[in-house]
Design a protein around this ligand. Sequence first.
Ligand code: IMP
Ligand code: MG
Length: 172
Amino acid sequence: MLETISCLISPSMIHDRVKSLGQEISDYYNQDELTIISVLSGSVLFVADLIRELPQESTQIGFIGVSSYFGKTRKKVRLTNNLSIDVRDRHVLVVDDILDSGKTLEYVQDYIRQSGATSARSCVLLKKTGAPSTADFVGFDIDDKFVVGYGLDYNGYYRNCPYIGVLENDSV
Ligand code: IMP
Ligand code: MG
C-alpha cells in the first residue's frame, strides 16, 4: 500500500509555536523548579525543542514509557518504561505528542501524582477535535485525522519526518 503524507503543519510553523509555547510555560512557572516528563516515544522531538525554550537553571527532564491498547470495552494504558527520575516534591509538566481520547495523559498524570509530585500539569503538541480539554498547554488544535511526523508514528515509521502531515491511505 502506497502511503502519501500531505503537509498539515510545516517545520517553520512548528518552530514558531514551540517557541511561544516555551514562553507561556516559562511565564506560568515563573522560575519555579520544573521537572519535564516526556512520554516515550512520540514526544521526544517536541520535548527536545521545547526544553531549549525553558530556563536552564531550573528545568530538569525525565522520561516515562507507556503503551495503549483497546481492552474489551475501552482503551487501556500500561507502563512500559519506569519513570527515569524522582519526581517527589517536584512540579511536573508531562509532555506528550497528541491528545486524543485523553487516556494516556490521565494515566501518566495519576502515576506522577502517586509518585509524590507537588503538581502534575500537562502539555501536548497537538489536540484533536473532540478530545477532552484536559491539557494545560496545547500547541495546535487539529481535525480528528491520523497524523504522522515530528515524533508521531504509523507502525513505528515517519517519526523522523520534519513536518506534521496527514497520512492518506485506505488502511488507516
Ligand atoms: P490518547 O490516550 O487516546 O489520548 O492517545 C494518545 C496517544 O495515542 C498518543 O501519545 C499517540 O501515541 C497516539 N496517537 C493518537 N492519535 C494519533 C495520531 O493521529 N497519530 C499518531 N499517534 C497517535
Ligand atoms: Mg504516545
